[in-house]
Design a binder for this molecule. Sequence first.
Ligand code: ATP
Length: 219
Amino acid sequence: MTRGGSMGILGGTFDPVHLGHLRAAEEAAEALGLDEVAFVPARKPPHKPGEPTASPEDRLEMARLAVVGRPGFFASDMELFREGPSYSLDTLRVLGKERPGTDLYFLLGTDAFVEIHTWHRWEELFSHAHFVVLTRPPRAAEDVAPYVEQTLAGLFSAEGGEWRHKASGNRLIPLSVTALDISATAIRGLLARGKSIRWLVPEPVRDYIILRKLYTDAP
Ligand code: ATP
């Protein structure tokens, strides 16, 4: 299938998806003029200790429910059927093959970005997509530069507030988004203590969590 246009990819555990993910994706889509944003739950996140609390199927369903009514946003099951750890490199390679005419933008929060040198074959990642680093409290857009200059030294050249991957020409774009200090960990904690999570997740996601009795015994 050959299609043009541009697509953002937000990978994650989505355990559960929350308004921090959604608002950041919305602002990235608007700022970059993205035609689509794929929310891609990892079957087995390589970087997180232990297993996700909810099943991959529940996490995908919550992502689906979260984006209902937002044209261009969709939840993808592409990592759910792959054996072994869900590496972003594999996801980007598959998308690159499936969508040769589409500009791919990999979206990730500052917390994830400053760990990228620990990811599977991380130096190859930047050849497969543009990277958009979304600010997530407590980190700001200014925190991206020291990491790029020190840890990713030599891979990028600076270009007016962003960088270009020397090998591929792909962009690395720091993007300030509305600071929403929301995490899935905190949401699971609230649910485990019997507290409200209203206005931290979309209502259909909250309904699903209640219906399926998810996270009620999380630590
Ligand atoms: P957990 O608390 O279980 O570690 P999380 O809330 O960090 O989960 P993930 O599914 O791991 O959620 O996040 C997926 C991606 O979304 C990551 O790149 C992460 O940096 C980004 N992200 C998550 N929450 C926010 C937020 N509040 N603001 C901006 N980016 C976010």
